[in-house]
Write a protein that binds this ligand. Structure first.
Ligand SMILES: NC(=O)c1ccc[n+]([C@@H]2O[C@H](COP(=O)([O-])OP(=O)(O)OC[C@H]3O[C@@H](n4cnc5c(N)ncnc54)[C@H](OP(=O)(O)O)[C@@H]3O)[C@@H](O)[C@H]2O)c1
Length: 215
């Protein structure tokens, strides 16, 4: 996160230290990638979860917010992985965890740029996984639906649908832990959300008609 100030220990729980960095800023990715290596040793499980949303019609979107959404969700994430991967491949172990979104997997209305950004993360995860076969380094793409966090308040538009119902963030954390333990490539939270993605994959025309009609 952006936060402020010097690295600080995180209370309660396993030994942890927070390092704040405004990610799209020049050099921040390098600082962030270097910090754990300098303080705790090589990184073996980066979880790339920094992200921002923007909701509303694409035609109403101020152009600079397009950059913001892509900068943090896509560019900062890819750059950070680019900096951390060589060490992981050299060690021959570890896992890159990328937090995508259902919006990226099915493309939702009024989130055109966010959907495109998260779709990019999904494609990146799949492509990178092929490349890393045989290196000992895995890639997990996490696809949450709706999570009860300040995300919606921060993007300036509350979550208004009744379904999918928001899940607590701990549920995503548990899913990440389980996916890492089991070496899974893709995980949906909650898991039933893989269904609409499968329908869209198998019958895109039908999915588009249903989505246009029922939102
Ligand atoms: N909430 C949902 O329904 C939902 C659903 C699907 C996917 N996701 C994804 O889940 C991830 C976590 O989101 P969340 O729900 O936990 O939202 P959140 O509470 O708004 O958290 C967003 C996180 O991203 C960090 N961040 C944002 N802009 C940053 C920047 N410029 N530089 C560095 N860090 C930055 C924030 O750090 P600071 O707090 O320091 O700003 C915070 O840690 C995101 O990738 C989001 O797209 C969320």
């Amino acid at each position: 996160g952006r936060g402020s100030g010097a690295p600080r220990p995180v209370a309660d729980g396993p030994a942890a230290t927070a390092f704040a960095a405004g990610l799209p800023l020049p050099g921040a990715d390098r600082q962030l990638a270097g910090f754990p290596v300098a303080t705790a040793g090589p990184v073996d499980l980066p979880v790339a979860g920094a992200g921002v949303g923007w909701a509303g019609e694409f035609l109403d979107m101020p152009p600079h917010t397009i950059d913001d959404v892509l900068d943090i969700n896509v560019l900062a994430t890819l750059r950070l992985v680019r900096l951390l991967l060589p060490g992981m491949v050299a060690a021959g172990s570890g896992r890159v965890v990328l937090i995508g979104s259902l919006a990226g997997s099915v493309a939702v209305r009024d989130e055109a740029v966010y959907s495109a950004a998260k779709a990019a993360i999904g494609a990146f995860a799949d492509s990178l996984r092929y490349e890393l076969r045989g290196t000992g380094v895995g890639v997990t793409h996490v696809v949450p639906g709706v999570v009860d966090t300040p995300f919606f308040e921060r993007r300036g538009a509350p979550y208004q649908r009744s379904r999918p119902r928001p899940v607590p963030p701990e549920r995503v954390a548990d899913a990440v832990r389980a996916a890492v333990d089991r070496g899974r490539d893709e995980v949906y939270v909650p898991s039933w959300l893989r269904l609409p993605c499968r329908v869209r994959g198998a019958a895109p025309g039908l999915y588009r008609r249903l989505a246009a009609r029922f939102g």
